[in-house]
Design a protein around this ligand. Sequence first.
Ligand code: SIN
Length: 530
Amino acid sequence: MKEYDFVVIGSGIAGLSFALKVAMHGSVAVMTKRKGSDTNTAWAQGGIACVTSDEDSFELHVRDTLEAGAGLCDEGVVRTIVTEGPERIRELTELGLQFDEREISGHRELDLGKEGGHSKRRVLHVRDVTGKQIENTLLRELGRQSHVQLLENHMAVDLITAAKLGFAAEDRCLGVYVLDEKTGEVETIRSDRIVLATGGCGKVYVYTTNPDVATGDGVAMAWRAGVEIANMEFIQFHPTCLFHPQAKSFLISEAVRGEGGILRNNRGEDFMQRYDLRGSLAPRDIVARAIDAEIKRSGAKCVFLDITHRSPEFIQERFPHIYQTCLRFGIDMSKQAIPVVPAAHYQCGGIKTDVNGVTSMPGLYAIGEVACTGLHGANRLASNSLLEGLVVTHRAAITAVRTRSASKQKIPLPEWKSGNVQDVDELVVIYHNWDEIRRLMWDYVGIVRTDKRLQRASARLRNLLREIREFYWNFKVSVDLLELRNLAAVAALIVDSALCRKESRGLHYTLDYPTAGDSRFERDTVLSRG
Ligand code: SIN
Protein backbone atom coordinates (compact mmCIF):
# COMPACT_ATOMS: atom_id res chain seq x y z
CA MET A 1 0.00 0.00 0.00
CA LYS A 2 1.24 3.47 -0.88
CA GLU A 3 0.87 6.40 1.47
CA TYR A 4 1.14 10.14 0.78
CA ASP A 5 0.63 13.31 2.82
CA PHE A 6 -1.58 14.71 0.05
CA VAL A 7 -3.35 12.95 -2.80
CA VAL A 8 -4.72 15.14 -5.57
CA ILE A 9 -7.07 13.62 -8.14
CA GLY A 10 -7.10 15.66 -11.33
CA SER A 11 -4.49 17.73 -13.14
CA GLY A 12 -6.25 20.90 -14.28
CA ILE A 13 -5.65 24.40 -12.90
CA ALA A 14 -6.99 23.48 -9.43
CA GLY A 15 -5.22 20.13 -8.99
CA LEU A 16 -1.84 21.33 -10.25
CA SER A 17 -1.95 24.62 -8.31
CA PHE A 18 -2.82 22.72 -5.14
CA ALA A 19 0.06 20.26 -5.63
CA LEU A 20 2.51 23.12 -6.20
CA LYS A 21 1.35 24.94 -3.09
CA VAL A 22 1.65 21.95 -0.74
CA ALA A 23 4.80 20.48 -2.30
CA MET A 24 6.97 21.96 0.46
CA HIS A 25 4.86 20.35 3.16
CA GLY A 26 5.06 16.65 2.44
CA SER A 27 4.74 13.95 -0.19
CA VAL A 28 2.19 14.62 -2.92
CA ALA A 29 0.68 12.34 -5.57
CA VAL A 30 -1.27 13.84 -8.46
CA MET A 31 -3.39 11.18 -10.15
CA THR A 32 -4.87 11.74 -13.54
CA LYS A 33 -6.74 9.23 -15.64
CA ARG A 34 -5.11 10.10 -18.97
CA LYS A 35 -2.17 12.38 -19.69
CA GLY A 36 -1.38 15.31 -17.38
CA SER A 37 -2.62 17.82 -19.93
CA ASP A 38 -5.90 16.01 -20.72
CA THR A 39 -8.07 18.43 -18.76
CA ASN A 40 -10.90 20.86 -19.19
CA THR A 41 -8.52 23.65 -18.21
CA ALA A 42 -6.37 22.99 -21.27
CA TRP A 43 -9.44 23.61 -23.44
CA ALA A 44 -10.42 26.93 -21.87
CA GLN A 45 -10.34 29.62 -24.51
CA GLY A 46 -11.84 32.78 -22.99
CA GLY A 47 -9.55 33.48 -20.05
CA ILE A 48 -9.65 34.58 -16.42
CA ALA A 49 -12.04 37.27 -15.23
CA CYS A 50 -10.22 39.52 -12.76
CA VAL A 51 -10.30 43.18 -11.81
CA THR A 52 -7.06 44.74 -13.03
CA SER A 53 -8.08 47.96 -14.77
CA ASP A 54 -8.69 51.42 -13.30
CA GLU A 55 -12.02 51.54 -15.11
CA ASP A 56 -13.19 48.44 -13.25
CA SER A 57 -13.83 47.75 -9.57
CA PHE A 58 -14.31 44.78 -7.24
CA GLU A 59 -17.83 46.09 -6.59
CA LEU A 60 -18.73 45.85 -10.28
CA HIS A 61 -17.31 42.35 -10.63
CA VAL A 62 -19.22 41.26 -7.51
CA ARG A 63 -22.42 42.83 -8.87
CA ASP A 64 -22.09 41.14 -12.28
CA THR A 65 -21.43 37.75 -10.63
CA LEU A 66 -24.43 38.08 -8.30
CA GLU A 67 -26.68 39.17 -11.14
CA ALA A 68 -25.71 36.19 -13.31
CA GLY A 69 -26.14 33.84 -10.33
CA ALA A 70 -29.87 34.69 -10.10
CA GLY A 71 -30.16 34.90 -6.31
CA LEU A 72 -28.19 31.77 -5.40
CA CYS A 73 -24.62 33.07 -5.08
CA ASP A 74 -23.06 33.25 -1.65
CA GLU A 75 -22.11 36.92 -1.54
CA GLY A 76 -19.31 36.39 0.99
CA VAL A 77 -17.72 33.77 -1.25
CA VAL A 78 -18.10 36.00 -4.31
CA ARG A 79 -16.35 38.90 -2.51
CA THR A 80 -13.51 36.71 -1.32
CA ILE A 81 -12.85 35.25 -4.76
CA VAL A 82 -13.13 38.58 -6.59
CA THR A 83 -10.90 40.49 -4.17
CA GLU A 84 -8.22 37.82 -3.78
CA GLY A 85 -8.04 37.29 -7.54
CA PRO A 86 -5.34 39.83 -8.44
CA GLU A 87 -2.86 38.29 -5.98
CA ARG A 88 -3.37 34.82 -7.46
CA ILE A 89 -2.97 36.20 -10.98
CA ARG A 90 0.30 37.79 -9.93
CA GLU A 91 1.54 34.36 -8.77
CA LEU A 92 0.64 32.86 -12.11
CA THR A 93 2.61 35.52 -13.97
CA GLU A 94 5.57 34.89 -11.64
CA LEU A 95 5.57 31.32 -12.91
CA GLY A 96 6.11 32.75 -16.39
CA LEU A 97 2.61 33.05 -17.82
CA GLN A 98 2.29 36.16 -19.98
CA PHE A 99 -1.18 37.50 -20.60
CA ASP A 100 -1.76 39.43 -23.81
CA GLU A 101 -1.01 43.13 -23.72
CA ARG A 102 -1.66 46.00 -26.06
CA GLU A 103 -0.11 49.39 -26.72
CA ILE A 104 -2.18 52.35 -25.51
CA SER A 105 -0.83 55.89 -26.05
CA GLY A 106 2.77 54.79 -25.85
CA HIS A 107 2.52 52.37 -22.92
CA ARG A 108 1.64 48.70 -22.64
CA GLU A 109 -1.31 47.43 -20.67
CA LEU A 110 -3.25 44.18 -20.36
CA ASP A 111 -5.50 43.45 -23.31
CA LEU A 112 -8.76 42.71 -21.53
CA GLY A 113 -11.50 40.69 -23.21
CA LYS A 114 -15.24 41.04 -22.71
CA GLU A 115 -17.79 38.28 -22.30
CA GLY A 116 -21.52 37.98 -21.66
CA GLY A 117 -22.81 39.45 -18.38
CA HIS A 118 -19.64 41.49 -17.67
CA SER A 119 -20.22 45.23 -17.41
CA LYS A 120 -16.51 45.92 -18.06
CA ARG A 121 -13.67 44.46 -20.03
CA ARG A 122 -11.91 42.28 -17.45
CA VAL A 123 -10.95 38.93 -19.01
CA LEU A 124 -7.19 38.30 -19.04
CA HIS A 125 -6.25 35.99 -21.84
CA VAL A 126 -3.48 34.56 -23.97
CA ARG A 127 -5.05 34.98 -27.40
CA ASP A 128 -7.70 32.17 -27.51
CA VAL A 129 -5.53 29.49 -25.88
CA THR A 130 -5.46 30.74 -22.29
CA GLY A 131 -6.18 27.37 -20.68
CA LYS A 132 -3.50 25.59 -22.67
CA GLN A 133 -0.89 28.16 -21.64
CA ILE A 134 -1.93 27.89 -17.98
CA GLU A 135 -1.80 24.09 -18.11
CA ASN A 136 1.66 24.09 -19.73
CA THR A 137 2.99 26.61 -17.22
CA LEU A 138 1.74 24.60 -14.23
CA LEU A 139 2.89 21.24 -15.60
CA ARG A 140 6.35 22.67 -16.30
CA GLU A 141 6.55 23.94 -12.73
CA LEU A 142 5.30 20.63 -11.35
CA GLY A 143 8.08 18.79 -13.19
CA ARG A 144 10.58 20.76 -11.08
CA GLN A 145 9.17 19.52 -7.77
CA SER A 146 10.89 16.48 -6.32
CA HIS A 147 8.16 15.83 -3.70
CA VAL A 148 5.38 15.56 -6.27
CA GLN A 149 4.65 12.42 -8.25
CA LEU A 150 2.45 12.80 -11.33
CA LEU A 151 0.72 9.47 -11.92
CA GLU A 152 -0.80 9.45 -15.40
CA ASN A 153 -3.26 6.77 -16.55
CA HIS A 154 -4.40 6.31 -12.95
CA MET A 155 -8.14 6.50 -12.44
CA ALA A 156 -9.67 6.81 -8.99
CA VAL A 157 -12.31 4.12 -8.42
CA ASP A 158 -13.74 5.03 -5.03
CA LEU A 159 -12.92 6.86 -1.83
CA ILE A 160 -12.15 4.78 1.24
CA THR A 161 -13.97 6.17 4.25
CA ALA A 162 -14.12 5.26 7.92
CA ALA A 163 -17.89 4.71 7.71
CA LYS A 164 -17.51 2.19 4.89
CA LEU A 165 -15.10 0.25 7.13
CA GLY A 166 -17.54 0.22 10.04
CA PHE A 167 -16.34 3.33 11.92
CA ALA A 168 -19.42 5.45 11.23
CA ALA A 169 -19.07 7.49 14.41
CA GLU A 170 -15.87 9.10 13.17
CA ASP A 171 -16.45 9.19 9.46
CA ARG A 172 -13.60 10.69 7.48
CA CYS A 173 -11.72 10.08 4.28
CA LEU A 174 -8.87 7.60 4.68
CA GLY A 175 -7.72 6.94 1.16
CA VAL A 176 -8.69 5.96 -2.32
CA TYR A 177 -8.69 2.93 -4.59
CA VAL A 178 -6.99 3.72 -7.89
CA LEU A 179 -6.90 1.73 -11.12
CA ASP A 180 -3.48 1.72 -12.77
CA GLU A 181 -4.55 1.41 -16.36
CA LYS A 182 -1.21 0.04 -17.52
CA THR A 183 -1.17 -2.92 -15.13
CA GLY A 184 -4.94 -3.30 -14.80
CA GLU A 185 -4.48 -3.51 -11.01
CA VAL A 186 -6.38 -1.50 -8.42
CA GLU A 187 -4.03 0.01 -5.82
CA THR A 188 -4.93 1.06 -2.29
CA ILE A 189 -3.62 4.53 -1.48
CA ARG A 190 -3.70 5.93 2.03
CA SER A 191 -3.83 9.64 2.77
CA ASP A 192 -5.72 11.72 5.31
CA ARG A 193 -5.89 14.62 2.84
CA ILE A 194 -7.55 13.71 -0.43
CA VAL A 195 -8.31 16.48 -2.89
CA LEU A 196 -10.86 16.03 -5.66
CA ALA A 197 -10.02 18.29 -8.61
CA THR A 198 -11.59 16.15 -11.31
CA GLY A 199 -13.47 18.87 -13.24
CA GLY A 200 -16.98 18.66 -14.60
CA CYS A 201 -19.37 16.29 -16.30
CA GLY A 202 -20.04 17.64 -19.82
CA LYS A 203 -19.88 14.13 -21.28
CA VAL A 204 -23.17 13.32 -19.63
CA TYR A 205 -24.71 15.10 -22.65
CA VAL A 206 -24.38 14.02 -26.25
CA TYR A 207 -23.32 17.53 -27.31
CA THR A 208 -20.66 19.17 -25.18
CA THR A 209 -17.71 21.53 -25.44
CA ASN A 210 -15.82 19.36 -22.92
CA PRO A 211 -13.01 16.87 -23.52
CA ASP A 212 -13.66 13.12 -23.13
CA VAL A 213 -12.31 13.11 -19.57
CA ALA A 214 -15.25 15.16 -18.24
CA THR A 215 -17.31 12.26 -16.89
CA GLY A 216 -18.24 13.60 -13.44
CA ASP A 217 -15.88 11.25 -11.59
CA GLY A 218 -15.36 13.41 -8.51
CA VAL A 219 -19.03 14.14 -7.89
CA ALA A 220 -19.93 10.47 -8.38
CA MET A 221 -17.24 9.25 -5.96
CA ALA A 222 -18.14 11.86 -3.36
CA TRP A 223 -21.83 10.98 -3.68
CA ARG A 224 -21.13 7.28 -3.15
CA ALA A 225 -19.09 8.22 -0.06
CA GLY A 226 -22.05 10.10 1.44
CA VAL A 227 -20.69 13.64 0.86
CA GLU A 228 -23.12 16.53 0.25
CA ILE A 229 -23.70 17.49 -3.38
CA ALA A 230 -25.31 20.82 -4.30
CA ASN A 231 -27.10 22.47 -7.23
CA MET A 232 -26.52 19.81 -9.88
CA GLU A 233 -29.57 21.03 -11.83
CA PHE A 234 -27.55 24.05 -12.97
CA ILE A 235 -25.71 22.83 -16.04
CA GLN A 236 -24.48 25.66 -18.22
CA PHE A 237 -24.96 25.28 -21.96
CA HIS A 238 -22.51 27.32 -23.99
CA PRO A 239 -24.37 29.02 -26.83
CA THR A 240 -21.70 28.57 -29.47
CA CYS A 241 -20.20 25.16 -30.18
CA LEU A 242 -19.05 24.64 -33.79
CA PHE A 243 -21.73 22.80 -35.78
CA HIS A 244 -20.00 20.51 -38.24
CA PRO A 245 -20.37 16.72 -38.68
CA GLN A 246 -16.64 16.11 -38.18
CA ALA A 247 -15.98 18.69 -35.45
CA LYS A 248 -16.37 17.11 -32.06
CA SER A 249 -16.86 19.44 -29.10
CA PHE A 250 -15.16 22.52 -30.54
CA LEU A 251 -15.98 25.69 -28.64
CA ILE A 252 -16.26 29.06 -30.34
CA SER A 253 -15.33 31.36 -27.47
CA GLU A 254 -17.74 33.93 -26.17
CA ALA A 255 -14.85 36.34 -26.65
CA VAL A 256 -15.77 36.30 -30.37
CA ARG A 257 -19.07 37.93 -29.44
CA GLY A 258 -17.12 40.14 -27.02
CA GLU A 259 -15.24 41.47 -30.04
CA GLY A 260 -18.44 42.22 -31.94
CA GLY A 261 -19.59 38.81 -33.26
CA ILE A 262 -23.33 38.73 -33.98
CA LEU A 263 -25.62 35.71 -33.84
CA ARG A 264 -27.84 35.36 -36.90
CA ASN A 265 -30.56 32.87 -37.78
CA ASN A 266 -30.90 31.05 -41.10
CA ARG A 267 -32.54 34.17 -42.55
CA GLY A 268 -29.54 36.28 -41.58
CA GLU A 269 -31.47 38.16 -38.85
CA ASP A 270 -29.76 39.43 -35.69
CA PHE A 271 -32.41 37.53 -33.72
CA MET A 272 -30.99 38.13 -30.23
CA GLN A 273 -32.36 41.69 -30.34
CA ARG A 274 -35.82 40.13 -30.01
CA TYR A 275 -34.84 38.28 -26.83
CA ASP A 276 -32.65 40.68 -24.83
CA LEU A 277 -31.52 44.31 -25.05
CA ARG A 278 -27.92 43.17 -24.67
CA GLY A 279 -28.26 41.24 -27.94
CA SER A 280 -25.66 38.57 -28.75
CA LEU A 281 -23.71 39.35 -25.59
CA ALA A 282 -26.56 38.72 -23.15
CA PRO A 283 -25.76 36.19 -20.36
CA ARG A 284 -25.33 32.61 -21.55
CA ASP A 285 -28.54 31.13 -20.21
CA ILE A 286 -30.57 33.70 -22.17
CA VAL A 287 -28.55 33.27 -25.37
CA ALA A 288 -28.61 29.46 -25.22
CA ARG A 289 -32.40 29.41 -24.69
CA ALA A 290 -32.92 31.92 -27.50
CA ILE A 291 -30.88 29.78 -29.91
CA ASP A 292 -32.79 26.69 -28.81
CA ALA A 293 -36.09 28.49 -29.47
CA GLU A 294 -34.89 29.86 -32.80
CA ILE A 295 -33.74 26.41 -33.99
CA LYS A 296 -37.00 24.77 -32.87
CA ARG A 297 -39.10 27.50 -34.48
CA SER A 298 -37.31 27.48 -37.85
CA GLY A 299 -36.47 23.78 -38.06
CA ALA A 300 -32.89 24.80 -38.93
CA LYS A 301 -30.03 22.70 -37.60
CA CYS A 302 -27.98 25.62 -36.28
CA VAL A 303 -27.58 29.39 -36.11
CA PHE A 304 -24.59 31.44 -37.29
CA LEU A 305 -21.97 33.56 -35.58
CA ASP A 306 -20.89 36.42 -37.80
CA ILE A 307 -17.70 38.41 -37.18
CA THR A 308 -16.92 39.10 -40.84
CA HIS A 309 -17.12 42.87 -40.24
CA ARG A 310 -13.79 42.70 -38.34
CA SER A 311 -10.61 42.64 -40.39
CA PRO A 312 -9.01 39.29 -41.27
CA GLU A 313 -5.79 40.49 -39.59
CA PHE A 314 -7.60 41.18 -36.32
CA ILE A 315 -9.41 37.82 -36.40
CA GLN A 316 -6.25 35.83 -37.10
CA GLU A 317 -4.25 37.66 -34.45
CA ARG A 318 -6.90 37.54 -31.69
CA PHE A 319 -8.38 34.10 -32.41
CA PRO A 320 -5.62 32.04 -34.08
CA HIS A 321 -6.81 28.70 -32.67
CA ILE A 322 -10.48 29.21 -33.58
CA TYR A 323 -9.57 30.62 -36.99
CA GLN A 324 -7.29 27.69 -37.88
CA THR A 325 -9.68 25.07 -36.56
CA CYS A 326 -12.62 26.48 -38.51
CA LEU A 327 -10.44 26.65 -41.60
CA ARG A 328 -9.63 22.95 -41.22
CA PHE A 329 -13.37 22.33 -41.50
CA GLY A 330 -13.63 24.53 -44.59
CA ILE A 331 -14.97 27.63 -42.81
CA ASP A 332 -13.09 30.91 -43.18
CA MET A 333 -14.54 32.95 -40.30
CA SER A 334 -13.17 36.19 -41.72
CA LYS A 335 -15.36 35.69 -44.80
CA GLN A 336 -18.34 33.65 -43.65
CA ALA A 337 -20.45 33.19 -40.52
CA ILE A 338 -19.64 30.16 -38.34
CA PRO A 339 -22.45 27.57 -37.91
CA VAL A 340 -23.00 27.06 -34.17
CA VAL A 341 -25.27 25.23 -31.71
CA PRO A 342 -25.46 25.26 -27.90
CA ALA A 343 -23.72 22.43 -26.03
CA ALA A 344 -23.23 21.39 -22.40
CA HIS A 345 -20.28 23.36 -21.07
CA TYR A 346 -20.02 23.78 -17.31
CA GLN A 347 -21.28 22.17 -14.12
CA CYS A 348 -22.23 25.04 -11.78
CA GLY A 349 -23.12 22.72 -8.91
CA GLY A 350 -20.96 19.97 -7.47
CA ILE A 351 -19.51 18.80 -4.18
CA LYS A 352 -20.62 21.32 -1.58
CA THR A 353 -17.66 23.16 -0.08
CA ASP A 354 -16.84 26.36 1.72
CA VAL A 355 -14.48 28.92 0.20
CA ASN A 356 -11.53 26.82 1.47
CA GLY A 357 -12.52 23.72 -0.49
CA VAL A 358 -13.65 21.93 2.70
CA THR A 359 -16.37 19.34 2.05
CA SER A 360 -18.86 17.77 4.46
CA MET A 361 -16.39 14.89 5.01
CA PRO A 362 -13.25 15.45 7.13
CA GLY A 363 -10.09 14.81 5.14
CA LEU A 364 -11.77 15.40 1.78
CA TYR A 365 -11.36 18.62 -0.19
CA ALA A 366 -12.91 19.60 -3.52
CA ILE A 367 -11.62 22.39 -5.76
CA GLY A 368 -12.31 23.68 -9.27
CA GLU A 369 -15.34 22.74 -11.35
CA VAL A 370 -16.08 19.64 -9.27
CA ALA A 371 -16.90 21.86 -6.28
CA CYS A 372 -19.89 24.06 -5.52
CA THR A 373 -18.52 26.92 -3.43
CA GLY A 374 -21.40 29.36 -3.87
CA LEU A 375 -19.58 31.53 -6.43
CA HIS A 376 -21.69 30.61 -9.45
CA GLY A 377 -25.16 30.34 -7.95
CA ALA A 378 -27.72 29.39 -10.58
CA ASN A 379 -25.59 30.55 -13.52
CA ARG A 380 -21.85 31.08 -13.80
CA LEU A 381 -20.54 34.38 -15.06
CA ALA A 382 -18.20 33.66 -17.98
CA SER A 383 -14.50 33.22 -17.15
CA ASN A 384 -15.09 33.24 -13.38
CA SER A 385 -14.18 29.57 -13.05
CA LEU A 386 -10.42 29.75 -13.61
CA LEU A 387 -10.37 32.56 -11.05
CA GLU A 388 -12.28 30.39 -8.59
CA GLY A 389 -9.86 27.55 -9.33
CA LEU A 390 -6.90 29.74 -8.30
CA VAL A 391 -8.37 31.46 -5.25
CA VAL A 392 -10.13 28.50 -3.62
CA THR A 393 -7.15 26.24 -4.30
CA HIS A 394 -4.81 28.65 -2.54
CA ARG A 395 -7.09 28.71 0.48
CA ALA A 396 -7.59 24.92 0.39
CA ALA A 397 -3.83 24.38 0.37
CA ILE A 398 -3.38 26.58 3.46
CA THR A 399 -6.24 24.79 5.21
CA ALA A 400 -5.01 21.30 4.31
CA VAL A 401 -1.47 22.03 5.45
CA ARG A 402 -2.79 23.19 8.83
CA THR A 403 -5.29 20.37 9.26
CA ARG A 404 -4.18 16.85 10.05
CA SER A 405 -6.51 14.10 11.13
CA ALA A 406 -7.10 14.44 14.88
CA SER A 407 -7.71 10.72 15.24
CA LYS A 408 -4.90 8.66 16.76
CA GLN A 409 -6.37 5.45 15.47
CA LYS A 410 -4.91 4.25 12.15
CA ILE A 411 -7.75 2.24 10.69
CA PRO A 412 -6.40 -0.63 8.57
CA LEU A 413 -7.40 -0.29 4.90
CA PRO A 414 -8.49 -3.46 3.11
CA GLU A 415 -6.88 -4.21 -0.23
CA TRP A 416 -9.13 -4.04 -3.28
CA LYS A 417 -10.83 -7.36 -3.93
CA SER A 418 -11.49 -8.19 -7.54
CA GLY A 419 -12.66 -11.70 -6.72
CA ASN A 420 -13.21 -14.21 -9.44
CA VAL A 421 -14.23 -11.77 -12.12
CA GLN A 422 -13.99 -11.96 -15.88
CA ASP A 423 -12.91 -9.34 -18.39
CA VAL A 424 -15.63 -7.30 -19.94
CA ASP A 425 -16.39 -9.14 -23.16
CA GLU A 426 -19.59 -7.23 -23.68
CA LEU A 427 -18.02 -3.86 -24.46
CA VAL A 428 -20.93 -3.17 -26.74
CA VAL A 429 -23.23 -3.03 -23.71
CA ILE A 430 -21.06 -0.37 -22.11
CA TYR A 431 -21.08 1.74 -25.26
CA HIS A 432 -24.80 1.26 -25.70
CA ASN A 433 -25.53 2.42 -22.14
CA TRP A 434 -23.12 5.30 -22.49
CA ASP A 435 -24.91 6.51 -25.65
CA GLU A 436 -28.33 6.00 -24.14
CA ILE A 437 -27.52 8.13 -21.08
CA ARG A 438 -26.04 10.96 -23.13
CA ARG A 439 -28.92 10.99 -25.60
CA LEU A 440 -31.64 10.87 -22.97
CA MET A 441 -29.99 13.65 -20.97
CA TRP A 442 -29.87 15.80 -24.09
CA ASP A 443 -33.48 15.10 -25.05
CA TYR A 444 -35.10 15.16 -21.60
CA VAL A 445 -32.80 17.16 -19.32
CA GLY A 446 -31.46 19.85 -21.66
CA ILE A 447 -31.85 23.60 -21.99
CA VAL A 448 -35.65 23.55 -21.63
CA ARG A 449 -37.18 21.03 -19.21
CA THR A 450 -40.56 19.75 -18.05
CA ASP A 451 -41.46 17.56 -15.07
CA LYS A 452 -42.75 14.86 -17.40
CA ARG A 453 -39.50 14.66 -19.33
CA LEU A 454 -37.50 14.68 -16.10
CA GLN A 455 -39.59 11.85 -14.67
CA ARG A 456 -39.11 9.86 -17.85
CA ALA A 457 -35.36 10.39 -17.63
CA SER A 458 -35.41 9.40 -13.98
CA ALA A 459 -37.19 6.10 -14.65
CA ARG A 460 -34.81 5.18 -17.47
CA LEU A 461 -31.77 6.06 -15.41
CA ARG A 462 -32.88 3.83 -12.50
CA ASN A 463 -32.87 0.84 -14.85
CA LEU A 464 -29.53 1.77 -16.31
CA LEU A 465 -28.03 2.25 -12.86
CA ARG A 466 -29.17 -1.23 -11.84
CA GLU A 467 -27.65 -2.77 -14.93
CA ILE A 468 -24.37 -0.89 -14.52
CA ARG A 469 -24.16 -1.91 -10.86
CA GLU A 470 -24.37 -5.53 -11.97
CA PHE A 471 -21.51 -5.04 -14.44
CA TYR A 472 -19.48 -3.33 -11.78
CA TRP A 473 -19.73 -6.23 -9.37
CA ASN A 474 -19.37 -8.99 -11.93
CA PHE A 475 -16.60 -7.77 -14.20
CA LYS A 476 -13.04 -6.66 -13.85
CA VAL A 477 -13.01 -2.85 -13.65
CA SER A 478 -11.82 -0.85 -16.65
CA VAL A 479 -11.71 2.89 -17.34
CA ASP A 480 -14.73 2.56 -19.68
CA LEU A 481 -16.79 0.80 -17.05
CA LEU A 482 -15.79 3.21 -14.28
CA GLU A 483 -16.60 6.22 -16.44
CA LEU A 484 -19.97 4.77 -17.35
CA ARG A 485 -20.74 4.12 -13.69
CA ASN A 486 -19.82 7.72 -12.80
CA LEU A 487 -21.69 9.20 -15.73
CA ALA A 488 -24.87 7.36 -14.75
CA ALA A 489 -24.58 8.48 -11.11
CA VAL A 490 -24.10 12.11 -12.10
CA ALA A 491 -26.93 12.00 -14.64
CA ALA A 492 -29.26 10.76 -11.88
CA LEU A 493 -28.07 13.56 -9.56
CA ILE A 494 -28.81 16.18 -12.23
CA VAL A 495 -32.30 14.77 -12.77
CA ASP A 496 -33.07 14.42 -9.04
CA SER A 497 -31.90 17.96 -8.35
CA ALA A 498 -33.90 19.32 -11.29
CA LEU A 499 -37.01 17.55 -10.03
CA CYS A 500 -36.61 19.26 -6.64
CA ARG A 501 -36.65 22.76 -8.14
CA LYS A 502 -40.24 23.66 -8.99
CA GLU A 503 -39.38 27.01 -10.55
CA SER A 504 -37.27 28.47 -13.33
CA ARG A 505 -34.06 30.09 -12.15
CA GLY A 506 -30.78 30.77 -13.93
CA LEU A 507 -29.82 27.73 -15.96
CA HIS A 508 -32.77 25.63 -14.82
CA TYR A 509 -35.68 26.51 -17.08
CA THR A 510 -38.88 24.46 -16.99
CA LEU A 511 -42.03 24.96 -19.00
CA ASP A 512 -44.09 23.77 -16.00
CA TYR A 513 -42.95 26.73 -13.86
CA PRO A 514 -41.81 29.32 -16.40
CA THR A 515 -41.96 32.34 -14.08
CA ALA A 516 -38.49 33.12 -12.84
CA GLY A 517 -37.53 33.11 -9.20
CA ASP A 518 -39.98 31.78 -6.61
CA SER A 519 -38.71 32.99 -3.19
CA ARG A 520 -39.47 29.57 -1.66
CA PHE A 521 -36.72 28.14 -3.85
CA GLU A 522 -34.11 30.78 -3.19
CA ARG A 523 -31.82 28.16 -1.69
CA ASP A 524 -29.37 25.49 -2.79
CA THR A 525 -30.54 22.00 -3.69
CA VAL A 526 -28.44 19.79 -1.43
CA LEU A 527 -28.52 16.01 -1.81
CA SER A 528 -26.64 13.39 0.13
CA ARG A 529 -26.89 9.64 0.09
CA GLY A 530 -28.89 8.23 2.97
C1 SIN B 1 -15.52 30.91 -23.67
O1 SIN B 1 -14.42 31.17 -24.09
O2 SIN B 1 -16.55 31.26 -24.22
C2 SIN B 1 -15.64 30.08 -22.43
C3 SIN B 1 -15.30 30.88 -21.26
C4 SIN B 1 -15.94 30.29 -20.05
O3 SIN B 1 -16.70 29.35 -20.16
O4 SIN B 1 -15.73 30.82 -18.96
